[in-house]
Ligand binder design. Structure first.
Ligand code: SF4
Length: 193
């Protein structure tokens, strides 16, 4: 491995099978220490697989967001899947009625862990202008939302910013899933102490 500035080089174990170590130009070695969980989070944040739960007009903006113009590949989130078992990011784009809520929950439950949720548009976030008995007044009544993207409809840029925000949260361990896991671990450690 070498960076573009040529400051680091990695005499890789390509031929000899020796342990690889990064070196600076003066020959001194460079070590990177981290926790396994941090390393996994870095991989996860850069390889999000979205499941679009599009129920209304916001889904059209989601389609724009996926186009090459916005190049979501830059953020490693372009592999859209329509099977929850192959997805870890649920993007709810549109109005969710009471009739659709159980379907949304079922999909969320079937998704691979760790999993994240983005609520796209005011309808998904709060029910929007549908102050009606049959519309869910915020999907966080049913699934844990990590990022709320406001707007009616939100622009593709806004959703892009939402994905970047989610990536920051994953790096810092701030998503709902990560916090729940941390709380459970702390509780177990406390119970064992
Ligand atoms: S927030 Fe606006 S654009 Fe999105 S689903 Fe609701 S009405 Fe449609």
């Amino acid at each position: 491995m070498s960076n573009s500035g040529g400051k680091l080089s990695l005499p890789a174990a390509r031929s000899g099978g020796q342990a690889a170590a990064a070196r600076q130009p003066d020959g001194s070695q460079v070590f990177l220490t981290t926790k396994l969980e941090k390393l996994l989070d870095a991989a996860r944040k850069n390889s999000l697989w979205p499941f679009p739960f599009g129920t209304a007009c916001c889904a059209i903006e989601f389609m724009s967001f996926m186009m090459s113009h916005y190049d979501i590949s830059r953020f490693g989130a372009e592999v859209v899947r329509f099977s929850p078992r192959q997805s870890d990011l649920l993007i709810v784009a549109g109005t969710v009625t009471d009739k659709m809520a159980p379907v949304m929950v079922r999909i969320y439950e079937q998704m691979a862990e760790p999993k994240y949720v983005i609520s796209m548009g005011v309808c998904a976030c709060t029910g929007g202008f549908y102050r009606a008995y049959h519309v869910v007044q915020g999907i966080d009544e049913f699934v844990p939302v990590d990022v709320y993207v406001p707007g009616c409809p939100p622009t593709p840029e806004a959703l892009l910013q939402g994905v970047v925000k989610l990536q920051e949260m994953i790096s810092k361990g701030e998503t709902h899933y990560q916090r729940t896991l941390a709380e459970r671990r702390a509780a177990r450690a406390q119970a064992g102490a």
